[in-house]
Design a protein around this ligand. Structure first.
Ligand code: 0WD
Ligand code: CA
Length: 381
């Protein structure tokens, strides 16, 4: 059964001296020059509508329309509509890679590789951007672990996250205050985004978290070619970099800061996640809306993703972008070494908990199998 198979897999790994069983996460091990990261290119787009239905177009893309000045008090009430104009996506439904796989299945011709590589799609990895963000921040993460399932299918490694026990508990017992903070993040988008390039925001509507616009990105990290998708908040029709993905803007909310110590802590703990999330797909700007104690926005601040490393360089014990990227490259190399059997029903589950190295277990035909039959069939004909 499952346990016995797991054990024999571990034994066969041990007898093979070339394949390590675990991957260390200590930052100092990855403190080397910044690795090669090819400029991310957008190869596709798709949308999820108010019922969470997939459309292979940009119908959900919104346009950045900030207030005239970035000065104080634009007068946005982030709590408005929380009780009466909020439709939440059902978070108990595990979507896995579903929508991204839908896009791939519909665009496979465009992605097909030269036949001799033994790779159907011209990419080593397929995943969500959000999964890679978690990998990037791992060397510095002190709270949340992760579970990443990997299957090798027709020469491409697919990475799909499973919720950890602790994440599930946190989600199910999320305090009311945190739920409202999540809403406030979405509400901020409605104050600074319009439906058309020259439109003005309409904050009187319903916030529906089923809706989303996703970009599909192709890039390379060191020796690893990547295809991933990420949700994008809006595009700036007046961006100094007019082409996607550079023209996209990531919107965030955060508690207003009053002291240099608060700003330092924000750079250390929050900015790492903001940077990793936007750097990966080549989103060039992050706009922060600062929340006052009454839930209003007291100011906006724009960060250029490529300049964030200059902001944090002044603090020697802060996180380093190169450590994040070198760790990610090492993790992808580790996955390539471990997962070598091409089989969509075989899953290697990579697990990480703070204070430990990354380890893995092996599962055949289990509840961890994540590549859907329709996808396997769509790519086999
Ligand atoms: O099924 C799953 N386990 C997951 C599904 C985990 C993470 C994401 N997703 C889905 C999302 O629903 C969405 O369709 O993947 C897509 C987004 O992928 P991503 O861009 O790779 O995810 P990430 O970078 O973590 O999040 C980007 C945005 C978030 O913005 P903020 O500013 O909060 O980082 O996507 C939204 C959110 O607005 N988002 C979600 N929306 C609904 N359900 C979720 C979620 N579970 N996670 C992120
Ligand atoms: Ca956002």
């Amino acid at each position: 059964d499952e346990d016995a198979r797991e054990e024999s897999a571990v034994k066969s790994q041990r007898s093979n001296a070339k394949t390590p069983l675990t991957l260390p996460i200590t930052p100092s091990r990855y403190d080397a020059p910044f690795p090669f990261y090819r400029r991310p290119a957008e190869v596709g787009r798709f949308s999820l509508d108010s019922q969470r239905c997939y459309h292979g177009d940009a119908r959900q893309l919104r346009y950045y329309a900030p207030p005239p000045t970035e000065g104080p008090s634009p007068g946005f009430d982030l709590r408005d509509g929380y009780r009466d104009r909020y439709v939440q996506r059902d978070e108990s439904i595990r979507e896995g890679l579903e929508h991204l796989l839908q896009w791939i299945a519909q665009n496979q011709k465009q992605l097909q590789a030269a036949e001799e590589k033994g790779q159907l799609l011209n990419t080593d990895f397929v995943t969500w951007r959000g999964h890679l963000t978690k990998v990037l921040t791992t060397p510095y993460e002190k709270q949340d672990g992760w579970l990443l399932a990997v299957s090798l299918f027709r020469g491409t490694l697919y990475i799909s996250e499973f919720e950890t026990e602790s994440a599930r508990k946190q989600r199910e017992q999320r305090p009311e205050l945190l739920k409202e903070l999540t809403y406030m993040g979405y509400k901020f988008e409605h104050y600074v985004c319009a439906d058309t390039p020259d439109g003005i925001p309409d904050p009187t509507g319903v916030v529906n978290t089923n809706e989303g616009f996703c970009t599909v990105i192709r890039t390379r990290l060191g020796t690893h070619s990547l295809l991933f998708s990420g949700e994008v908040d809006c595009t700036d029709p007046r961006s100094p970099w007019p082409d996607p993905p550079s023209c996209y803007v990531e919107l965030k909310t955060s508690k207003v800061m009053h002291s240099p110590a608060q700003r330092k802590s924000f750079y250390r703990h929050k900015m790492i996640k903001w940077w990793a999330q936007s750097f990966l797909p080549g989103v060039s700007r992050i706009v922060a809306g600062y929340r006052g104690p009454d839930g209003s926005v007291v100011g906006l601040e724009t960060f250029e993703t490529m300049k964030i490393f200059q902001l944090i360089r002044e603090d020697p014990s802060c996180w380093k972008p190169a450590v994040c990227m070198n760790f990610c490259a090492a993790f992808l190399s580790f996955v390539k070494k471990v997962v070598t059997e091409d089989n969509p029903k075989l899953v290697h589950l990579f697990a990480w908990e703070p204070g430990h190295p990354v380890s893995f277990t092996v599962h055949r035909d289990s509840e961890y199998t994540f590549l859907p039959d329709w996808y396997v069939e769509a790519l086999s004909s």
